[in-house]
Design a protein around this ligand. Structure first.
Ligand SMILES: Cc1ncc(COP(=O)(O)O)c(C=O)c1O
Length: 367
């Protein structure tokens, strides 16, 4: 084939997702493995969502509601923002992609903390725009987004800034005060994307809630998802909250049925499932506290987190640790692809999964 493919498309590295459990078990000939690699909800999906999806299935001959009327209304009431400010997506990945398509032209720059969620890079590159990376700020206490350094990298070409709060893979947050200071002198025409995929797990009360800035007149988009705290990662449903002008742009380019009917029904029910949400958050916090104690006991360095996952400094080749743990049926995420070759990331699982992780981890570290 003699295709003329733009260089910027060829510059994209394909996203490598955490492997499904079944695939790994097949490959390694193991059974009863546990997965703590993709920040998923260990409790499964919200039971109310499952029931609503089952009920909705008999209507699958019909197209979904292209405007997501009921889900947007439900979110509007819950978040106390007008529904006109909400755009639904096939996961929040879809909103990231729409934002770059709607607002970036070839040659524009988008600032991305490094490392952070890999989809920012892919979406920026796929429209011919240029990712400008700003390394995380590393101290012995935390590895976090460096807001000052990001500000310094703004140029006349900067059109977008991605911020993740809490950050993936470090679990750190920035506060409302830090964000307000950051906003000073940022040109108003730069779009700020605040990805809050893990916001439900935050324990630090000083954490920014970016929805408070919806009426600030700023070009600011908050991203949220049902994939984590609501346990609906397989359903693909997320949303963005943004000024109406930006929502209008996304609605022009959005695939009309980008959130399917099962996803809409499941998400509406999940929002009513407060019991499940509470149970999830408690389980995650207890799991993280267990990890802190256990890792302290075995003298392994980790970073306290505000998300449902934890970054651990294994002080050796993380890919090797990952492979050894895999053979024992425990799937973790090596951070090599995030440029932390001596770190692994695990999410809080069920109690017995967490205990199994620590037991296997101790054994693997001695190898
Ligand atoms: C920071 C961050 N943003 C967005 C996403 C994607 O969420 P969704 O499943 O809604 O596409 C993830 C998933 O891991 C993530 O870590």
């Amino acid at each position: 084939m003699n295709l003329s493919v733009p260089d910027y498309i060829l510059s994209i590295k394909q996203y490598v997702a955490g492997k499904p459990l079944e695939e790994l078990e097949r490959e390694y000939g193991i059974k009863n493995s546990i997965k703590l690699a993709s920040n998923e909800n260990p409790l499964g999906p919200s039971p109310l969502a499952v029931r609503a999806i089952q009920k909705e299935m008999v209507k699958l001959n019909r197209y979904p509601d292209a405007n997501g009327y009921y889900l947007r209304n439900k979110l509007s009431a819950k978040l106390n923002v007008p529904s006109e400010n909400i755009v639904l997506g096939n996961g929040s990945d879809d909103i990231i992609s729409m934002l770059t398509r709607a607002l970036l032209s070839p040659g524009d720059e988008a600032i991305i903390p490094r490392p952070s969620f890999l989809m920012y890079d892919i979406s920026v590159r796929s429209v011919g725009a240029l990712p400008v990376y700003v390394p995380l700020c590393v101290s012995s206490e935390a590895i976090s987004i460096d807001l000052d350094a990001i500000k310094k990298r703004i140029s006349s070409k900067t059109k977008m800034i991605f911020l993740t709060n809490p950050n993936n893979p470090t679990g750190t947050i920035f506060t409302r005060d830090e964000f307000e200071k950051f906003l000073e002198n940022i040109p108003p025409e730069i779009l700020i994307v605040l990805d809050e995929a893990y916001i439900e797990f935050v324990r630090d009360r000083r954490c920014l809630n970016s929805l408070d800035f919806l009426d600030s007149g700023r070009a600011l988009v908050t991203l949220r998802t049902f994939s984590k705290a609501y346990g609906l990662a397989g359903l693909r449903i997320g949303y963005g909250v943004m000024p109406e002008e930006i929502a209008g742009l996304l609605n022009r380019i959005r695939q009309p049925f980008n959130s399917n009917s099962l996803a809409q029904a499941g998400a509406i029910a999940a929002l009513d499932d407060e019991n499940f949400l509470k149970k999830t958050i408690t389980l995650v916090h207890e799991g993280l506290d267990y990890f802190y104690d256990a890792l302290d006991r075995i003298k392994i360095k980790y970073f306290e987190t505000q998300a449902n996952f934890l970054l651990i400094d294994v002080k050796k080749d993380a890919d090797k640790v990952f492979k050894h743990m895999l053979k024992e049926g425990v799937i973790v995420r090596s951070m090599t692809s995030y440029e932390f070759p001596e770190y692994i990331r695990i999410n809080a699982g069920l109690k017995d999964e967490n205990v199994r992780f620590i037991n296997v981890f101790e054994k693997v570290l001695k190898l």
